[in-house]
Ligand binder design. Structure first.
Ligand code: F6P
Length: 362
């Protein structure tokens, strides 16, 4: 078997499960007698090569802690030259060239990029950066907005974090006869709010993919004959004629209707928390699938799980499968986005549970 030199980096927002992926990749490389290096801070660190390159050994890292959230390789450094600042300065071409040179100088055979739909879309758009290596991507995000995979690293742990958070809120909610409007992450994808809302049995779940009628939602809350509970609101919802944070908008309407309530913002706690078992299994499956792809000389691919089967798909297919929206940070770049499918079984389950999930599907 040929000895390979593999690099790994984590990019975009962090989430729980990244360290498990890194650990499984390191273990898998060691078993194959391959060399493995880590590039800190993703493409931001790659730009700084060799300053951000580290050897990954079990001695240099406390891998016993691989179930902890965050990434031992860090996820990016907003204070350095990066895609965003280079795009703003009109210097993307030279930034990309420098990344390509760094990879060439590192003499890597393959690079494992653990990223969300933004990073994967950039890798697809600027594929020339990775001309000299086999590029294998592993999808991670709490948003679950990556097309063509049934799961992403970090999603299940984020759902668990929200469930634990809401379990606690419900105790104080009941004591004070008040409702909590909980605003979840997810950008413009409602999967996280939907899953957590079903898991805790929320009274209402509002997601960007489904139009809602505030009067009907309030009627629904009043009909519950309870004076406490949870209304789960995805951060991507909008209300015509209203502005501010989504949870605040809903809270104001509840106040106007005499429903005592408070808002709650779990924020980045959703990206933390000890990695749950299903995310660790996913990390193991994705790591082995990525290493097998390297053995098979694949490149420009992404690992996926579809109907329980682990495999790779091309980055072209990933990009083509989603809805193309403007990258919120990088001028001129488009991101391939996935949304809650109108046939998602959780929508039907939520309806059957008597949860208000809105009116008409957009
Ligand atoms: O994409 C992941 C995500 O956590 C979103 O759900 C959220 O809107 C965003 O990142 C938060 O980004 P930041 O960490 O920059 O505040």
């Amino acid at each position: 078997m040929t000895i390979k030199k593999v690099g790994i980096m984590t990019t975009g927002g962090d989430c729980s499960g990244l360290n498990t992926v890194i650990q499984r990749v390191v273990d898998g490389c060691k078993r194959r007698k391959w060399k493995i290096i880590g590039i800190k801070d993703g493409t931001d660190g790659l730009y700084m090569n060799p300053a951000c390159v580290i050897e990954l050994t079990n001695e240099s890292f406390q891998f016993a802690s691989s179930h902890l959230a965050g990434s031992v390789l860090s996820n990016g450094n907003a204070h350095t030259t990066n895609f965003e600042s280079s795009a703003r300065a009109g210097k993307l071409a030279s930034f990309n060239k420098r990344l390509q040179k760094s990879l060439h100088d590192l003499n890597l055979d393959a690079l494992i990029l653990v990223g969300g739909n933004g990073s994967l879309s950039l890798a697809h758009l600027y594929r020339e950066i990775y001309n000299d290596v086999q590029l294998v991507c592993i999808p991670k995000t709490v948003d679950m907005d990556v097309p063509l995979t049934d799961k992403t690293i970090g999603f299940d742990t984020a759902v668990q974090q929200l469930v634990s958070y809401c379990d606690q809120l419900l105790l104080t909610a009941r004591s004070h006869h008040r409702w909590f409007v909980v605003q979840t992450m997810g950008r413009d994808c409602g999967q996280l709010a939907l899953s957590a809302g079903v898991a805790i049995g929320a009274d209402a779940i509002l997601i960007p993919e489904i139009k809602f009628d505030i009067e009907n939602m309030i009627k629904h809350i009043k009909q519950s004959k309870r004076d406490y509970g949870i209304i789960m609101v995805s951060e991507g919802i909008t209300m015509r004629g209203h502005s501010g944070k989504p949870a605040d908008m809903i809270s104001r309407q509840l106040n106007a209707n005499g429903i005592a309530n408070r808002t709650a913002f779990p924020e980045h706690i959703q990206r933390a928390g000890d990695t749950v078992a299903s995310d660790r299994i996913l990390a193991a499956g994705f790591a082995e699938t990525a290493l097998r792809a390297i053995e098979n000389n694949e490149t420009y691919v992404m690992t996926t799980i579809q109907n329980g089967e682990y495999k790779t798909i091309s980055l072209d297919d990933f990009f083509a499968a989603g809805k193309h929206v403007k990258d919120p940070k990088i001028i001129g770049a488009m991101t391939s986005n996935r949304y809650v499918d109108p046939d998602d079984v959780l929508l039907q389950i939520a309806t059957d549970m008597g949860i208000y999930i809105g009116e008409k599907r957009k």
